[in-house]
Design a protein around this ligand. Structure first.
Ligand SMILES: *[C@@H]1O[C@H](CO)[C@@H](O)[C@H](O)[C@H]1NC(C)=O
Ligand SMILES: *[C@@H]1O[C@H](CO)[C@@H](O)[C@H](O)[C@H]1NC(C)=O
Ligand SMILES: *[C@@H]1O[C@H](CO)[C@@H](O)[C@H](O)[C@H]1NC(C)=O
Length: 643
């Protein structure tokens, strides 16, 4: 105690010389606050209180912890090192007493704040940590925490902790799959970890995580480490297998058809259409169960593709959406339909048994090439049944009609009506067929003349122009395939420039230009025309020369103007170029291949000249940009007539 007092005296001396009587370290009794570092040498002076008469003595009370003391002369000091972690703030009171021990001043509050030094090491709360992470978890999303504490003041660097992954085992190709938040100790996947972790390849990892105090930024920080075992779990966020849903279901809807599951429980699910549909008959609930909400119709739409999305509570997608594919399975819910309310075929008198009369093609909307759409044909009724029943037959699967028994005669019946049953697996539709018996095609079309003479057309005759009217006649029954005439060009028009249309009333044929004529390709055409019937001729009758006619077509050349290779030629020259500098070259070509002579027009300042043969353009006077910054002339190309 003696030596301590001696020490205090020395200090006072230093202070009084430095700060005077009423300085930082001495003064009258009043409420005061002091900050003192913990862990310092013992017996440090704090303050010297000055007594005012009649005070002669001081008394210290409060949270002294037997550390703080005051001398009768008012010298406040502590006799041992402070420890912030034991008590960070000491609330003391000091009173001044008179000679009788009665309080004459105070007590006044004296607060001692103990300032922190880094005298505590961080400690992990657990000796070892275990956690698990899903394959493909979002990078940066914490899946576990390590946590350490440090008794030092968290408001100073001494208590600020810094986490780090020191070792990752195994570490393939030196890639870190895990990262730690250096402040919070939250462990998450890196981007590589999110992509590459695979429980099949490697089901578990071990990390060594260290924590340092002093924010990790001081070489005097304390550091401790812990071990973290991580299990990698399979990602269950996977697209379900493609589905098949039977159309036109009569079961009560909605019906659960499949499900998706996010790896954790907290996801919010939704469906997104791939294409905008008039109706979208699927829904998902918050368990990830997917429902079809109404009966599907394959004939309306035979498959659906959409996405299931999982989002977190902030509406942020947790992972890539999953694609869900639904195929709508056909049931036979559509009857066959007839091609029209009445299908008409023609059959000639005397046509032979087995002749093909025509094909009835009915349709079924159910899935093509399935039992639901394969149709069978059967004649149910023939009216009249004269001269007998079963005159016609239909091939069961193709719908081809044939003459079954014998040739028909128009005077027996000019037309028959058939009811044809067209059936799929479950439905039968009645289609109606009328068969007209027509006169035999024993007359050939005869041209009114065999030669239509010479026709001269210029090559620019417009496409669509009628250039010639031709006429043949046929003595077979009017308005049947035996008397109708189709005209065809059999020779002289290999380019297909001409076409012929027939007037169904008069059988007149109109020869028309279908494609531009071209003198340069061929100037003279010997055209051969042929008139035919759509129905075949009866055996023994043949088309002869009377069904053919000719004409000669001469195409005259139109002298076409030369054509420039470009409409605008541009050149840039500096105004100070020498006279006779070449500034450009224009070229034109004549379709007839004649030579061309070039000249200039609108050369108002006479700055340019052109070589009439080559089309090269030269300057012929000094140019002046200030007079004309853009000089425009026309070039004329003229055909040179051959001598
Ligand atoms: C600690 O982490 C933050 C991001 O969380 C980062 O910006 C900072 O650089 C890290 N500090 C050190 C020393 O690595
Ligand atoms: C569903 O099937 C029934 C008969 O099986 C049919 O009448 C109905 O038209 C069908 N609905 C659709 C939308 O195809
Ligand atoms: C072609 O045959 C018809 C009879 O079908 C006949 O009148 C005509 O003279 C024949 N023409 C020629 C050129 O033989």
């Amino acid at each position: 105690m003696q030596t301590q007092l001696h020490c205090l005296c020395v200090l006072i001396l230093y202070l009084t010389t430095g700060y005077g009587q009423e300085g930082r370290f001495s003064g009258p009794l009043k409420p005061m606050t002091f900050s003192i570092f913990e862990g310092q040498e013992s017996s440090q002076i704090i303050f010297q209180f000055k007594a005012n008469p009649p005070a002669v003595n001081f008394k210290l009370t409060g949270e002294t912890d037997d550390i703080f003391q005051i001398q009768p002369d008012g010298l406040l000091y502590h006799n041992r090192a402070l420890d912030r972690e034991t008590r960070a703030v000491h609330q003391l009171q000091v009173a001044a007493l008179d000679a009788h021990g009665a309080t004459v001043e105070g007590p006044v509050p004296i607060i001692i704040e103990v300032k922190d030094i880094n005298d505590n090491r961080p400690v992990f709360l657990q000796p070892k940590y275990e956690g698990s992470v899903r394959q493909n978890s979002r990078p940066g999303k914490p899946f576990m925490y390590v946590n350490a504490t440090d008794l030092d003041d968290p408001s100073t660097p001494n208590g600020q902790l810094f986490y780090q992954i020191v070792i990752q085992l195994p570490k393939v190709n030196n890639v870190m799959y895990f990262q730690i938040n250096n402040k919070t100790g939250a462990i998450s996947l890196t981007r590589e970890g999110s992509l590459e972790l695979d429980p099949v390849k490697n089901p578990s990892y071990n990390l060594v995580v260290s924590v340092k105090d002093m924010g990790g930024q001081n070489e005097n920080s304390f550091s401790v480490s812990t071990s973290v075992d991580i299990i990698v779990k399979e990602n269950i966020w996977k697209a379900p297998e493609p589905l098949e849903i039977v159309e036109n279901s009569t079961d009560p809807h909605p019906i659960k058809v499949t499900q998706v599951r996010w790896n954790e429980l907290d996801a919010q699910y939704s469906l997104v259409e791939k294409e905008k549909l008039p109706r979208f008959p699927f829904s998902i609930n918050q368990e990830g169960d997917i429902y079809v909400t109404q009966p599907l119709d394959r004939e309306e739409k035979d498959s659906y593709t959409f996405y299931a999305v999982a989002k977190d509570e902030h509406g942020k997608p947790l992972a890539l959406p999953l694609q869900i594919h639904v195929k709508v399975k056909d049931i036979n819910d559509n009857p066959p339909t007839c091609p029209s309310s009445l299908t008409v075929f023609e059959v000639q008198e005397n046509e032979r048994i087995g002749s093909n009369i025509g094909t009835l093609t009915a349709h079924d909307m159910d899935e093509e090439n399935s039992v639901n759409s394969i149709l069978v044909y059967k004649i149910a009724e023939q009216t009249p049944r004269f001269p007998e029943e079963g005159l016609f037959l239909v091939q069961t699967y193709s719908g081809i009609f044939q003459l079954a028994k014998h040739s028909l005669r128009k005077q027996d019946t000019p037309k028959y009506h058939l009811v044809v049953n067209v059936s799929d697996k479950d439905f039968t539709t009645h289609c109606h067929v009328q068969i007209n018996v027509i006169d035999i095609n024993d007359q050939i079309p005869i041209f009114e003349k065999s030669d239509y003479g010479n026709l001269t057309l210029s090559e620019d005759t417009a496409v669509g122009s009628v250039i010639l009217t031709i006429q043949a006649t046929d003595a077979d029954e009017p308005n049947t395939g035996s008397s109708k005439i189709l005209y065809r060009i059999t020779e002289g028009d290999s380019e297909g420039c001409l076409g012929i249309e027939t007037d169904p009333q008069t059988n007149a044929g109109y020869v028309m230009v279908k494609k531009p004529l071209d003198f340069e390709t061929a100037a003279l055409h010997n055209i051969v025309l042929h008139a035919e019937n759509p129905e075949p001729l009866v055996p023994g009758v043949k088309y002869n020369a009377s069904s053919f006619a000719t004409f000669t077509l001469t195409i005259t050349d139109v002298n076409e103007a030369p054509q420039f290779t470009q409409h605008v030629f541009q050149a840039q020259v500096s105004e100070d170029v020498a006279i006779d500098t070449k500034v450009g070259n224009v070229t034109a070509k004549d379709p007839e291949g004649l030579d061309i002579s070039y000249s200039l027009r609108g050369n108002k300042r006479s700055w340019l000249k052109i070589d009439p043969v080559t089309g090269e353009i030269f300057t012929m006077a000094p140019l002046d940009r200030e007079a004309e910054s853009l000089y425009r002339v026309q070039v004329v190309a003229t055909e040179v007539a051959p001598d």
